[in-house]
Design a protein around this ligand. Structure first.
Ligand SMILES: [Fe+2]
Length: 289
């Protein structure tokens, strides 16, 4: 049946969009943009037809939700940072069949989930920013999954991620990439101090923990990382409580995954937060614990 061809943890900082525009930040996020272009290129080479994004900018308070409309289009302005991303046009095809298959697979695994194919839900910028650099030609279909899961358990998000993998492999005839779209540590610059932290992490503690985490990722030590994920997310203000990362790891085998990541864009600070683009090599899914 279907194939999970590529998995990645990606940045989506809105300053990437600013980096395109004339002004003081022009070019400042080129490394992150180039990383997205590279990941998009890899997806094309692998024959990916659909990108599934675990988007930490889509907040949900109950259950797991999949936005699998047939078509997405509009003009986006961020309600949280309207001075960073505004009036950004977008248009991408969707994939209702894959979204429905993911919901069915998750429900069968006991993770209450809902696919929304006939919906007015729009996309958030955790999806729109990477798609801007990877999918401007609408080459890939897009499915967006809520990953700011405010009252959810990280282990359950891991099981949801596993169900995504099983939906792709058992109930979909195609080739898919999955992205965890979110940061590492995520303490935003305090109000009034944004310029000071434009290219910095908020605190040395957060930066040091992020660097240690990246060492674990480069060593493929997922046993240690999965054990520390809840505390890491809590103490380092993980974006969306890091449910994007839990879903990604669930799709790869959670703490039985053993691959070292490939860093595509090295760690960088942005408005106080810690960011990275990294590919997680896909290996056969280990049996459930
Ligand atoms: Fe974000």
């Amino acid at each position: 049946m279907g194939t999970l061809a590529l998995a990645a943890k990606i940045t989506h900082v809105p300053s990437m969009y600013l980096s395109e525009l004339e002004g003081p930040h022009k070019g400042s996020r080129q490394a992150a943009i180039d990383g997205h272009i590279e990941i998009g290129k890899r997806c094309r080479e692998l024959g990916v037809d659909t990108i599934v994004v675990f988007d930490v900018h889509w907040l949900v308070n109950s259950e797991y939700h999949i936005n699998c409309a047939a078509q997405f289009s509009g003009t986006y302005t961020s309600n949280e940072l309207p001075h960073f991303i505004h009036n950004m046009p977008y248009a991408y095809p969707g994939n209702p069949a894959l979204g429905e298959a993911i919901a069915a697979s998750a429900n069968a695994a006991g993770v209450k989930s809902r696919a929304h194919s006939k919906t007015t839900l729009g996309l958030e910028y955790g999806t729109l920013v990477p798609m801007r650099y990877m999918n401007a030609d609408q080459h890939f279909k897009v499915v967006c999954i809520s990953a700011w899961c405010d009252w959810h358990d990280l282990q359950e998000s891991g099981r949801f991620g596993r169900a995504v993998r099983q939906a792709i492999e058992q109930h979909y005839d195609g080739t898919v990439a999955i992205f965890a779209s979110g940061s590492l540590s995520h303490h935003f610059a305090d109000n009034g101090r944004a310029p000071e932290f434009m290219f910095k992490v908020y605190d040395p503690f957060l930066e040091q923990v992020d660097h240690r985490v990246i060492e674990l990722w480069k060593a493929g030590d997922w046993k240690t990382f999965c054990a520390m994920l809840p505390m890491y997310s809590e103490k380092c203000w993980g974006e969306g409580d890091m449910h994007d990362t839990a879903m990604l790891l669930g799709a790869l085998g959670w703490d039985r995954y053993d691959q070292p990541v490939e860093i595509i864009t090295p760690y960088f600070g942005s408005s106080g937060t810690g960011q990275i683009n990294a590919i997680f090599p896909v290996t056969p899914l280990p049996a459930a614990a």
